[in-house]
Design a protein around this ligand. Structure first.
Ligand code: SF4
Ligand code: SF4
Length: 320
């Protein structure tokens, strides 16, 4: 089968599997992105995420991940929820974490996509990834023509926005590549930089993770430094402020994916449930349900809740 025909079939199969966007890149050395990563790591912007500094060579050379790698299929899946957390809570969760953990879902679907290639074209070497350290997924998404990173560092997909999960299938099969995305989608806009309450976007497209609420509430195992406590803005797991500020998300359409439907804890819990969260309830209503919130330990999550609670002004605290 020709690379062109096989690529068309892969895109059709990706669509059938529920991916909203699919693009293809040929394997290239990601030199520009490597320079950016080296500078970022050099500034220590990754904080305690030591794993970001690992696998440097694998990140720019997918041939080290998959023998004979020739193509990267990049997929995106909408996670924008149709509902919000209830009005009687000021404890905010990032939207990507409303439903069940997406890693398993995306990986399973990418495995199905790989099986399609095997059925149509024969055996191939491949690996699937989502949110995985050795793969520079936004760089590959740009190479595969899906969109461009904004000043907030999120991948923006034209006419769709940035509330999308990304996944990659690296394969030894030769496919027809799409045109890399070259256009700047931000122009003179700086809304995300102005909206960020902790000044984490230190330069356009440069994120100091050590200042980012997402890092502070999830990745950082220690307590959140004092200087940021007043600016958490209610976020106890992740933060969506710079995406909410982005005009590309103004018309975000809700997904219709049952797996990603907000869990009961997210769609019904008010302040009192969060504030009195017991270990057993965390285990049952979050961990067992497959919530991404379980990525933060019970101690971390409840500490985040306490920190937000202690730093709410009296008016807010009394109004609930
Ligand atoms: S996620 Fe929140 S804290 Fe992090 S850069 Fe965006 S607005 Fe700032
Ligand atoms: S808010 Fe503006 S500057 Fe920031 S990512 Fe969106 S378009 Fe770009």
């Amino acid at each position: 089968m020709t690379p062109f025909r096989l690529s068309s079939q892969i895109k059709a199969a990706a669509n059938q599997l529920g991916f909203d966007v699919c693009g293809i890149a040929s394997i290239v050395q990601l030199e520009t992105h490597k320079k950016y990563l080296d500078n970022w790591l050099g500034q220590n912007y990754h904080g305690r995420m030591g794993y970001m500094a690992n696998h440097r060579q694998k990140r720019i050379d997918p041939g080290l991940l998959v023998p004979g790698a020739r193509s990267v299929v990049v997929v995106a899946m909408n996670y924008y929820p149709g509902t919000r957390q209830p009005d009687n809570t000021h404890y905010k969760i990032a939207r990507y974490a409303y439903g069940r953990d997406y890693h398993l879902l995306i990986r399973q679907k990418l495995e199905s996509l790989a099986a399609t290639i095997t059925e149509t074209n024969g055996p191939h070497h491949y690996r699937v990834f989502t949110d995985s350290a050795p793969v520079m997924e936004r760089a590959w998404a740009i190479e595969a023509g899906l969109g461009q990173t904004g000043k907030n560092t999120c991948l923006i997909i034209p006419k769709k926005g940035s509330y999308y999960f990304l996944g990659e299938l690296i394969t030894s099969v030769e496919l027809q590549p799409d045109q890399p995305f070259k256009k700047d989608l931000c122009g003179t806009c700086t809304r995300c930089m102005e909206a960020c309450p902790t000044g984490a976007i230190v330069l356009p497209g440069v994120l100091d993770a050590r200042r980012c609420i997402s890092y502070l509430t999830i990745e950082l195992k220690d307590s959140i430094p004092e200087e940021f406590l007043k600016n958490l803005n209610g976020w106890i797991f992740g933060c969506d402020i710079c995406q909410e500020a982005c005009p590309h998300n103004k018309h975000a359409k809700p997904h219709e994916n049952d797996y990603l439907r907000p869990l009961e804890a997210i769609s019904t819990w008010g302040n009192s449930q969060w504030e009195t969260l017991q270990r057993e309830v965390y285990a049952h209503a979050l961990k067992k349900e497959g919530s991404p919130l379980a990525r933060a330990s019970y101690n971390k999550l409840t500490e985040n809740i306490s920190m937000v609670r202690n730093n709410l002004n009296g008016e807010d605290a009394n109004s609930q």
